[in-house]
Design a protein around this ligand. Structure first.
Ligand SMILES: O=P(O)(O)OC[C@H]1O[C@](O)(COP(=O)(O)O)[C@@H](O)[C@@H]1O
Ligand SMILES: [Mg+2]
Ligand SMILES: [Mg+2]
Length: 330
């Protein structure tokens, strides 16, 4: 018998695994993802392809779909009574829940549209979210600077041949597939586990000359295959959307990396801590994998800024440990 998302969440509330506010919030994210999915699947027909003509706070050119997805996300959660505030890749500052809506006990941060460069070529993209408890008092940007370890839930929606909602509230990782005929998310995978070892890696190789010594050495050894110090052949993938890379790692293992590089030496990496690295690291650890900056667990970082960036190495536990060893050696 197929289990719908609402049945799954109702059971979780009955078993005291989550409270009804968190259940309502995850439900709202699932609901709004169907609206984003609708725009994604209609592409040019919905007039959502191309550039928005604006930049976000990080100086990146926004695509129309970045902006539209952000609006859909905000209006999809602000009324729920579950959130005190939200923060997004596409908003300079946090948004406090407007006074006409009830203030809830959670904060939500999100990347409304991940993998923007894939939008116009009909390749995988997604939405990432992270939920933490809101502190008492006035909500400001600083209220969101909570270490990833304290997330109460995190997840993503991947828009691809299938639309899949993956999340965890700290009791393992579950995946739901959207039935486009009924509009229901149906449970399709439970207890997702990442094998501890792997023979598959993902990194943007075009940046090789810009990497620091430990990453250069490590990837050189991966490429040396069976004849090198690691003694096995590795395959490589690069989808250019973190959602799709993490989804692959959760489904069949592997290691995904976006390290620091010296193109913009002042930046610690490309990926953002609060709405990319933290939620994905939460899922990866919940699935038995590891997520590191190369020097320690991402989830243990004390965030300093809302749009902070961070180097990311995540996936198979033993492979991530190996990357940390290279960081000690080189
Ligand atoms: O284009 P690059 O440098 O390979 O970067 C790809 C990475 O950039 C991202 O697309 C950044 O996300 P946004 O599209 O949300 O800015 C990641 O999803 C992906 O891992
Ligand atoms: Mg992103
Ligand atoms: Mg984005």
């Amino acid at each position: 018998m197929s289990i719908t998302l609402s049945q799954y969440l109702t059971t979780a509330v009955q078993n005291n695994l989550i409270d009804s506010e968190l259940s309502a919030l995850i439900s709202a994210v699932a609901q709004l993802s169907k609206d984003i999915n609708d725009k994604v699947t209609h592409g040019a027909l919905a007039g959502v392809l191309g550039m928005a003509g604006t930049d976000n706070v990080q100086g990146e050119h926004q695509k129309k779909l970045d902006v539209i997805s952000n609006e859909i996300f905000v209006s999809g959660v602000e009324w729920t009574g579950s959130v005190a505030g939200m923060a997004s890749e596409e908003m300079d500052d946090c948004l406090v829940t407007p006074s006409q809506f009830k203030r809830g006990k959670y904060l939500i941060t999100f990347d409304p549209l991940d993998g923007s460069s894939n939008i116009d070529i009909n390749a995988p993209i997604g939405t990432i979210f992270s939920i933490t408890k809101a502190p008492e008092g006035e909500i400001t940007n600083e209220s969101f600077l909570i270490p990833g370890r304290q997330q109460v839930a995190a997840g993503y929606v991947m828009y691809s041949p299938q639309t899949i909602l993956t999340f965890s509230f700290g009791k393992g990782v579950v995946m739901f597939t959207l039935n486009m005929n009924t509009g229901n998310y149906i449970l399709t995978k439970e207890n997702v586990q990442i094998p501890a070892t792997t023979e598959e890696f993902a990194i943007n190789m075009s940046n090789m000359r810009h990497w620091a010594a430990p990453v250069k050495e490590y990837v050189k050894d991966l490429l040396a295959g069976k004849d090198g110090p690691l003694g096995k052949n590795y395959n490589m993938r690069w989808v250019a959307a973190m959602v799709a890379e993490v989804h692959r790692v959760l489904c069949r293992g592997g290691i995904f990396m976006y390290p620091w590089d010296n193109r913009k030496p002042e930046q610690p990496g490309k990926l953002r801590l609060m709405y990319e690295a933290n939620p994905m690291s939460f899922l990866i650890e919940q699935a038995g994998g590891a997520a590191s900056t190369g020097k320690g667990a991402i989830l243990d970082l004390q965030p300093e800024k809302l749009h902070q960036r961070v180097p990311v190495f995540l996936g198979a536990k033993e492979e991530v440990a190996r990357v940390e060893e290279y960081h000690k050696k080189f």
